[in-house]
Write a protein that binds this ligand. Structure first.
Ligand code: HEC
Ligand code: HEC
Ligand code: HEC
Ligand code: HEC
Length: 162
């Protein structure tokens, strides 16, 4: 029993910093990730379909259907987009924005942490791979999705600068 309690205590110490991380919205990332030196990630991604993915739901009268919303918003049910929250809150999380792929930013977005990849990852930064994409690009859940070839699709949203 003692051992179980110790394990729980230790686990929560490890997981706490990640779970206490909050979604802050892409505008916060724009502060530092929109210069020539940093690849203009914000402007590059602002014009992609990801960024505008919520508009399609509104057009289809499905903006209130959680089945659809989960793939067309950022951080749904994980502290980002919330069903029924006021627009002033939710508008930050409409569409597939930075934190959907890189994790909630409140803990890693500080400059001294961001500069150190290891520290940033410990504070919840994610470097996504194909596995993350196919959570949504999944024909079984959304039959109209086109075939997903990671390398080709990545090119279309690539915002690397290094
Ligand atoms: C205070 C400035 C600042 C803010 C705000 C900021 N970043 Fe960063 N970010 C940096 C710096 C500096 C680096 C280090 C890389 C470099 O210098 O080129 C970095 C690196 C990264 C990397 C690359 C990590 C790696 O090593 O591959 C990702 C991904 C990233 N930031 C995502 C975000 C996201 C998402 C947000 C918003 C939630 C955000 N950043 C907010 C300054 C910032
Ligand atoms: C949270 C769900 C979600 C995740 C995760 C996701 N996507 Fe998407 N993606 C979408 C949706 C929804 C659309 C369609 C938006 C629309 O057309 O309204 C889309 C569209 C696209 C498009 C077409 C965009 C364009 O401008 O032509 C590309 C390319 C793409 N995704 C690549 C990726 C890659 C690569 C990853 C992983 C690194 C990824 N997606 C992760 C939901 C997601
Ligand atoms: C499992 C995730 C997922 C779910 C659930 C989902 N979508 Fe999507 N949706 C996508 C992806 C991925 C794309 C992009 C298709 C592509 O590029 O392959 C997309 C694209 C779209 C588009 C742009 C047109 C198109 O087909 O390219 C509209 C509109 C749309 N979805 C509406 C909806 C509606 C309405 C629902 C609920 C009935 C829904 N989606 C549920 C992932 C999803
Ligand atoms: C659809 C998922 C997705 C979204 C949305 C997204 N990214 Fe990324 N990001 C990636 C992937 C994938 C990589 C490349 C990872 C790798 O190197 O394998 C990446 C890499 C980066 C890097 C590292 C660049 C480098 O040269 O190594 C930074 C910085 C970054 N993203 C910032 C952002 C910011 C800021 C936003 C929002 C404006 C954002 N990302 C939105 C998936 C995403």
């Amino acid at each position: 029993m003692k051992r179980i309690i110790m394990t729980i205590v230790l686990l929560s110490l490890v997981l706490l910093p990640v779970y206490s991380a909050k979604y802050v919205g892409a505008k916060k990332c724009k502060l530092c990730h929109n210069s020539t030196r940093h690849g203009k990630a914000y402007d590059t991604l602002f014009n992609t379909k990801h960024s505008k993915a919520f508009a399609g739901l509104v057009e289809d009268w499905k903006a209130n259907d959680p089945y659809c919303v989960v793939c067309h918003t950022t951080g749904f049910n994980e502290g980002g987009y919330k069903m029924g929250a006021p627009d002033t809150y939710n508008s930050k999380f409409e569409g597939v924005k930075c934190e959907e792929c890189h994790g909630p930013g409140s803990e890693y977005m500080k400059k001294d942490i961001m500069k150190n990849r290891k520290k940033a990852i410990a504070k919840g930064l994610k470097i996504p791979s194909e596995k993350h994409c196919v959570k949504c690009h999944d024909k079984k859940k959304y039959p109209w999705a086109k075939k997903f070839v990671y390398k080709e699709r990545l090119k279309k949203i690539d915002h690397r600068y290094r």
